[in-house]
Design a protein around this ligand. Structure first.
Ligand code: SAH
Ligand code: F3S
Length: 432
């Protein structure tokens, strides 16, 4: 039996793409191996969002080309494939295929034509979602893509280039995926998209569907107990969607809605044309709909032209909103983006210093939120045993890890009382 090796880098959409590729190869009779030296086909499923992510892929390729069997097929799929195109073949001549994020369903052509060099980085839409076999069994958390690509064109971001313009999937196909996931083991649905709350679909009768319609339909599936979605663009938080936080108890009280920077000047140069007042107004409406809601954000520090004053405004907004579970990055100039050509690039040492300050602040906010959870009982989803086997790991509605002493039973959903906290996780016990 032939074997495949796949390694996934990057975002949740890539994790999902990796699962679909694995399901496709399994359906063709290949089995999965964790050992590169054993594999007949090697696939790196790649991320290009920051230069470091792309560098990681090329250093992994350099390593793998020495370890692999001489006749093993070898290639990259995903955003680095799209970023590099034919250049990838020049850098690593042994590569057999370079397939962009919307052409990985062409992988069988590689198996059929092992001697060809296959390059396909077209942005063709959404065939891949509906052409490929589904996973036979869904994990407890089912990631369901609803749209791909992004029309926002933030000036730092390579994603609109690698994943293309926004396209939304058919409403009926998304709900079919949710139903299949629920029937085969899912209890949580996480809707995915680069601009997930920009979802818009019009069917043949002219009926329009938004993300709120998807949430309502998924919540009607009895086995589904938790629903969330990521990542949201602030100005696409429409009232119908905010209202779902009031009316749909299965929707978790947690929302990822990146602000990126707290400086109006930097936001303008990032081409994120919302005012801080508007952003805060949206958060106020969300709080009104769901008083226990918490917000998470991504931040970029050291964007071209960012002054100390701009950076302080980012710290201020982080303190004001009290973001939890957030990510912060040093700005990384990317090909195919406008910001890479802007004057006043910020020196690396300043970026690193600002990142350390912001991270310390975000950690502190996280720690005090975690501590505020002590004594509360929350419905949590079982994730698996910890490394020692002596504890069970659960996920709270805010995506915190909560560690519970091992028990005879590990119910998939359980009410857990939080007994202790630090900045990274919670400890708890089953509530009576
Ligand atoms: N909405 C998208 C975001 C994609 S990129 C999605 O969820 O699919 C994820 C995060 O990476 C962004 O929110 C941004 O904070 C960060 N990022 C994007 N481009 C970057 C760059 N050139 N340098 C540093 N960070 C970047
Ligand atoms: Fe990137 Fe901005 Fe879209 S961060 S994915 S261009 S909203």
């Amino acid at each position: 039996m032939k074997k495949f090796f796949i390694q996934t880098f990057g975002c949740q959409m890539n994790v999902y793409d990796g699962q679909r590729i694995a399901a496709m190869l399994t359906a063709r009779g290949l089995s999965r191996t964790q050992n590169v030296a054993d594999a007949d086909i090697i696939i790196l499923n790649t991320c290009a969002v920051r230069a470091k992510a792309t560098d990681k892929v090329f250093s992994a390729l350099g390593r793998i080309r020495r370890q692999k069997k001489p006749d093993a097929l070898f290639g990259i799929v995903g955003c680095v494939a799209r970023e590099s195109g034919a250049d990838a073949f020049r850098r690593i001549p042994e590569l057999n295929f370079v397939l962009g994020p919307q052409s990985y369903h062409k992988l069988p052509q590689v198996l059929e034509n092992p001697d060809a060099k296959l390059l396909n980085i077209d942005l063709g839409g959404l065939e891949k979602f509906d052409e490929l076999p589904r996973m036979e069994h869904s994990p407890a958390v089912a990631y369901v893509p609803i749209q791909e690509g992004c029309d926002h064109c933030c000036t730092y971001c390579i994603v609109p280039y690698t994943r293309g313009r926004e396209v939304s999937r058919r409403f009926a196909n998304v709900i079919d995926d949710c139903r299949h996931a629920a029937d085969t083991g899912a209890v949580e649905i996480c809707f995915l998209g680069q601009n997930v709350n920009g979802y818009k679909y019009t069917d043949n009768d002219g009926r329009k569907y938004r993300l709120s319609d998807l949430i309502r339909a998924a919540a009607a599936l009895p086995r589904i107990q938790r629903i969330r979605f990521t990542s949201s663009y602030p100005t696409e938080m429409t009232d119908d969607l905010i209202e779902m936080f009031r009316t749909e108890p299965k929707l978790l009280p947690f929302l990822n809605m990146p602000i990126q920077s707290g400086s109006p000047n930097v936001l303008t140069r990032m081409n994120r044309p919302y005012s801080l007042d508007l952003y805060i107004d949206i958060i106020n409406k969300l709080h009104d709909a769901r008083p226990d809601i918490q917000i998470s954000s991504d931040f970029i520090v050291g964007f071209p032209g960012e002054s100390d004053e701009d950076f302080n405004q980012t710290l201020e907004i982080a303190r004001r909103i009290k973001y939890i579970n957030s990510y912060s990055f040093k700005y990384s100039p990317r090909p195919h983006t406008a910001a890479a050509l802007m004057p006043d690039q910020v020196p690396e040492t300043i970026k690193a210093a600002r990142l350390a300050i912001l991270d310390a602040e975000l950690n502190e906010i996280q720690r005090s939120f975690n501590e505020a959870c002590i004594g509360k009982t929350m419905p949590c989803l079982y994730e698996g045993p910890d490394k020692t086997g002596r504890h069970l790991v659960y996920r709270t509605p805010y995506m915190q890890q909560c560690i519970v002493p091992a028990n005879d039973a590990a119910p998939q959903m359980a009410d857990i009382k939080v007994t202790a906290a630090n900045k990274a996780s919670l400890r708890g016990e089953f509530a009576d």
